[in-house]
Design a protein around this ligand. Sequence first.
Ligand code: PA5
Ligand code: NI
Length: 193
Amino acid sequence: MSFEIPFQLIKLDLKNFLLEPAKRVKEVKLSEMKEFFSDSKAVEDMLSAGRDPVIYKYCEFEASEEFGDMIVGLTVIYPGRVGKEYFMTRGHFHEKDSGEIYYCLRGSGMLLMQSKHGKVVHAEFTRGSLCHVAPGWGHRTINTWRGRLVFLFFYPSGSGHDYGIIKEKGFAKLVIAEGGRPQLVDNPKYVGQ
Ligand code: PA5
Ligand code: NI
């Protein structure tokens, strides 16, 4: 990997929550992540009522796909719930065990991390939080606030994303609203890795 020009300025647009230039820009609607929410009846009720909200969107800047380079991205998770479960990202493991760094720009929520053996750890994630997620841990971000949760993330190019395990088995814990407050509870559907 060699670059003629050794730097690139990336525009961080905090009005529209975009990076420019961005290579991957994606909006994820409820219909695209049905299996990731635990209350399948709540999912079906929303969709059959014609409600298919955008749960989150993200964009990534990647100068090259080669290992040794870095990706920076920006995610916005909208406020809301599916049943009692807060809006959240799908969550994934990196295909190549690589770490990730998160920096929260706005809002308040939680980072949920799960080992390949199903051990779950959570971290509060609020404006100003700078959090390192270790290699080998699956990770999901949850918005428990009434506004948008906005954060930057940084990880090595070529890491890849594996959504399969989480889609199939979920996380061992869920973050739900109980009495209007976020609670971490056991996922009744979780059967282990
Ligand atoms: O790489 C990450 O961990 C992230 O920042 C996400 O890719 C982003 O938030 C979207 O989540 P997911 O990839 O789980 O849909
Ligand atoms: Ni990641």
